[in-house]
Design a binder for this molecule. Structure first.
Ligand code: UD1
Length: 420
């Protein structure tokens, strides 16, 4: 039995909230420590379940980890295994990001495949095909994928069919040690890619063009440990900006780069919110009605799919009809069905969601379907009449540190209780 989050709707939200380091960066930075034997320190690491799982995977590989206050010192000089175990990998898809670092360090890797995922399947095909271009050979056996480099890693020109975040990261982490030059064409441009590339450069890699669609890498053979600070979590920040928009504000969201949230901020402004920023502080407030929105998720710098469910909540009570189009994942509307149970008017057709604004949501027991969907349902509870109870809170714990406490510090009536 997990915990429940209970929300009493209708409270005015105001104050300030600090976001942690980005989950989607920290996990890859942790994996990258494998590349250089020795003690690397990663700062601004969020204290969330996915980070704990990644730490366990590193420990199983033989690393020693000192855990400080939002800081991990990872000693990879004792690493003596290149096999990531299924028991841990099935909990978190991001374990696939061990592949690139293990290939650079050992020239081989053995990674348990997440359930149902085979070579060539949609979800990881780009990881495999792009690494094959560098000379990596893959074989699947007993649910594990064996990656070897019989002739070493050789630089190549690789065009990604889709700017996959994970595939770009794995390719960067393998090609930094390849013989010669690698070009990643149609690379992902997310801020977390830039963060990882910057850390790899601090470790001795030669990378240019991170943050653009073309990344150029000159292979080198020597890497050294480093100390790196994780970039602020733009998705956590976006989640609290929506909370502020729903709860009136002003709410100051501190610790993320406004430039990383450019489109989300523009959408909130078009929806009738006042949003301003100074340094790493973004302030949101709203006095009038929420206006409807037209949102299309796209790879960065497009609107982030990881904020789609939270913005959908704002659309449910907007004054008019909104259209949301999910272009990154095929099936990412699970939270919508729970929102309908709270009185939202949502019609889904293929990758489109038509959201007709209603005057108010009504509190109900709902189930968190996934990480961002779960966070969004708690937001929905903030503007619902009466009590909303969100179950399956473990999904939210994967990516949000102290979500309940942070919302409460803004004035929300939110508590976490054990499920009876
Ligand atoms: C990362 C983020 C996730 C975010 C996503 C898109 C982490 C831990 N997770 O996930 O929060 O929602 O980026 O911004 O960083 N695809 C393929 N074949 C592949 C790889 C991906 O078809 O080999 C497809 C996926 O099925 C999906 C799309 O490409 O439809 C985007 O995936 P990708 O960019 O790779 O996301 P992740 O790195 O898994």
């Amino acid at each position: 039995m997990g915990d429940l989050i209970k929300v009493e709707g209708g409270k005015h939200l105001t104050g300030s909230v600090r976001v942690e380091g980005a989950k989607n960066s920290a996990l890859k930075l942790m994996a990258a420590t494998i590349i250089a034997s020795g003690r690397s320190t990663i700062q601004n690491v969020p204290d969330i379940a996915d980070v704990h799982v990644m730490a366990e995977v590193l420990e199983v590989l033989g690393a020693k980890i000192d855990k400080g206050d939002h800081e991990l010192t990872i000693d990879t000089s004792t690493l003596d295994s290149f096999t990531t175990p299924y028991e841990l990998v099935h909990k978190m898809r991001a374990s696939i990001s061990m592949l690139g670092p293990l290939l650079t360090r050992f020239g081989r890797a053995c990674i348990a495949l997440p359930g149902g995922c085979q070579i060539g399947s949609r979800k990881l095909d780009l990881h495999f095909s792009s690494l094959e271009a560098l000379g990596v050979e893959f074989e699947t056996e007993h649910g594990y994928i064996n990656a070897t480099t019989p002739d070493g890693l050789t630089g190549a020109f690789v065009t990604l069919e889709f700017p996959s975040v994970g595939a770009t990261e794995n390719l960067m982490m393998a090609s930094i040690s390849a013989d010669g030059h690698t070009t990643i064409d149609n690379a992902a441009r997310e801020p977390e890619i830039v963060d990882l590339a910057n850390m790899l450069c601090e470790m001795g890699a030669h990378i240019e063009g991170q943050g653009s669609p073309t990344i150029e890498i000159e292979g080198v053979k020597e890497f050294h440990p480093c100390t790196h600070r994780t970039v602020g979590d733009r998705i956590e920040a976006g989640t609290f900006l929506v909370a502020g928009a729903l709860g009136g504000g002003p709410v100051d969201v501190i610790g993320a780069q406004p430039a990383h949230l450019a489109l989300a901020i523009t959408k909130l402004q078009r929806m009738g919110c006042e949003v301003s920023s100074k340094g790493d502080v973004i302030t949101v407030s709203r006095t009038g009605d929420l206006l409807p929105a037209d949102i299309q998720t796209l790879p960065h710098p497009g609107f982030p799919t990881d904020l789609q469910a939270q913005f959908m909540v704002a659309c449910t009570i907007a004054n008019g009809n909104s259209i949301i189009t999910e272009n990154v994942f095929e099936n990412r509307y699970a939270a919508a069905w729970e929102l309908v149970r709270m009185g939202a008017d949502i019609r889904i057709e293929m990758q489109h969601a038509l959201v007709r604004g209603v005057p108010r949501l009504s509190g109900a027991p709902v189930e968190s379907p996934d990480l961002r969907g779960g966070a969004a349902l708690v937001l929905a509870g903030l503007v619902a009449e009466g009590e909303t109870t969100v179950s399956n809170v473990h999904h939210i714990d994967r990516g949000y540190e102290n979500y309940v406490e942070k919302l409460r510090s803004l004035g929300a009536s939110v508590t976490r209780v054990p499920e009876e």
